[in-house]
Write a protein that binds this ligand. Structure first.
Ligand code: GLU
Length: 496
């Protein structure tokens, strides 16, 4: 289906915890659909349950969405024509719809006490029946009910599920789903404290906010028939409902627990968007990866920028099967996007990671270093690990690591000495001036280039793995290179 009508989509999180990858993907799909069709992407906070409210969750959510580039057109912070965009500020609206549902015979006041309901529940469990409301207040005279409510009697509002017949609901990716009404419960719409539950509040908001596509997790599928009942009872137009796949933990067995998330963080991974920036991920990498968790374009194209996704995304290619989180895939996409950045852009983004490790970074050097590390970087925090030596006055190699492969310390020292003399004789050290003579030197000394360059690499960079050696020497500069080789010779002599 080509989406031509402007779509109004909404991301409607409850600020009850941190924003995770699954939520970000839902928001991304919402955003893509809205942008593709020239519609609007709305942020709505489902914050009416104050007991579950987590301070700071809202701020983290908004920061995460901004960071990913998912800018909303209407929302609690910026307002919009269909506000307020916070459910805690819309209580009266839900009450009014609940009243209308009662008036039309689709809902009723229920005065059952929690104690009685618990008794019923226990009885049902004992008799191996499904636990559900037993319908005691269904038949109450509505006027009677209204009077008791006016007298301040404790009550809830329940949906009056038809006893007979069935309902067919349509999920865009899963098709038609038909259920017998007799299998559905008279769910609570408004609690005794006047708080509307999701089932009512979300349907009301989607209607009043003129939402055309509801994209939400598959956990809402069991209550989807109830939602459709509410919409139809009110005579409203139904939005298109889409329940994409869930994210499973890497093993594919169930959802990621709190403990498992903490474990992942130790390995440099997280399921929370707020952790991703300090871990060195690019928003572009996450967006690309998340988009493909449950959607594919042609089954083979894997690199997508946000503009590509806006152009190519389609609900038609959503995959309803659960998707196991694959962090190495995420690394792969992050690497792809790191390589696609321009040098100045990457330099700008990697700089804070050097600084966080205590390096003082001058931009001119950083711009020269960046292309050398770009190819191999997976996350931005690889920058200081592979290239911190460029910004150090001195490096401190492990003396043992200076020993060439299959060589003694004395042989390694002699080879380093020859290399020192050669490098010192050059007017300056660049790839062009130094590499070829060094190769010849290795030959003369009957060493492999691996042996000789290995010694020099550890001497000059302090590490066994580094960006290309001669390009690195060029940036470090002749004086410092010679100084470092000199120190290495001393260290090797001390081992000999
Ligand atoms: N507040 C609900 C949740 O966080 C929103 C579901 C929806 O998008 O309708 O699960």
């Amino acid at each position: 289906m080509t989406q031509i009508k402007p779509a109004r989509t909404r991301f409607a999180p409850s600020p009850t915890g941190r924003t995770h990858l699954g939520g970000a993907r839902t928001a991304l799909y919402d955003y893509l659909l809205a942008r593709q069709t020239g519609g609007q992407f709305i942020l709505r906070l489902e914050d009416s349950d104050r007991k579950r409210y987590v301070p700071g969750a809202e701020e983290e959510l908004m920061r995460s969405l901004h960071w990913l580039g998912l800018e909303w057109d209407e929302g609690p912070d910026i307002g919009g024509p269909f506000g307020p965009y916070r459910q805690s500020e819309r209580k009266d609206i839900y009450q009014e719809v609940a009243r209308q549902l009662i008036e039309r015979g689709h809902a009723y006041y229920c005065f059952c006490t929690p104690e009685r309901l618990e008794k019923v529940r226990q009885e049902q469990i004992k008799n191996k029946q499904n636990t559900r409301y037993d319908g005691t207040c269904r038949g109450l005279d509505p006027e009677d009910g209204a009077r008791r409510v006016a007298n301040g009697e404790r009550h809830v509002v329940r949906f009056k599920m038809p006893n007979q017949g069935s309902i067919t609901v349509h999920d865009y990716v899963r098709g038609d789903i038909t259920v017998e009404n007799s299998n559905l419960d008279d769910m609570i719409l408004v609690r005794s404290d006047g708080l509307a539950l999701y089932h009512l509040a979300a349907m009301v908001d989607d209607q009043l906010m003129k939402i055309t596509h509801v994209i939400r997790t598959v956990e809402w599928l069991p209550t989807f028939p109830l939602h459709a009942h509410i919409i139809r009872a009110m005579g409203w137009e139904e939005p298109i409902f889409v329940h994409p796949s869930v994210f499973l933990k890497p093993s594919g067995k169930g959802k990621m627990s709190k403990r498992e998330s903490a474990e992942a963080l130790k390995d440099g991974y997280s399921i929370f968007i707020g952790d991703m920036e300090p871990l060195g991920y690019l928003p572009e990498g996450i967006v690309n990866w998340a988009a493909l968790m449950g959607w594919s374009y042609d089954g083979s194209t894997e690199f997508f920028t946000m503009p590509d996704l806006i152009e190519k995304f389609s609900l038609d290619h959503l995959n309803p099967s659960p998707a196991a989180i694959n962090f190495s895939k995420l690394d792969h996409f992050n690497g792809l996007h790191i390589r696609s950045l321009t040098t100045p852009d990457l330099a700008r983004r990697v700089k804070p990671f050097f600084e966080a490790q205590g390096y003082t970074v001058d931009d001119v050097t950083l711009l020269r270093v960046t292309p050398l590390i770009q190819e191999r970087m997976v996350t931005l925090d690889d920058g200081p690990v592979t290239a911190g030596f460029f910004f150090k006055e001195e490096v401190s190699p492990q003396p043992e690591e200076l020993i060439g492969k299959d060589m003694s310390p004395a042989e390694s020292s002699q080879a380093a000495q020859k290399a020192y003399e050669l490098l010192a004789s050059l007017p300056d050290i660049t790839k062009d001036t130094a590499e070829e003579p060094m190769r010849q030197l290795a030959e003369q000394l009957e060493l492999s280039t691996g042996q000789l360059f290995g010694i020099l690499r550890v001497a000059v960079t302090g590490q066994k793995v580094s960006p290309p050696l001669f390009e690195s020497m060029e940036i470090i500069g002749k004086d410092k290179v010679l100084e470092r080789v000199r120190t290495a010779i001393d260290l090797l002599n001390a081992l000999a």
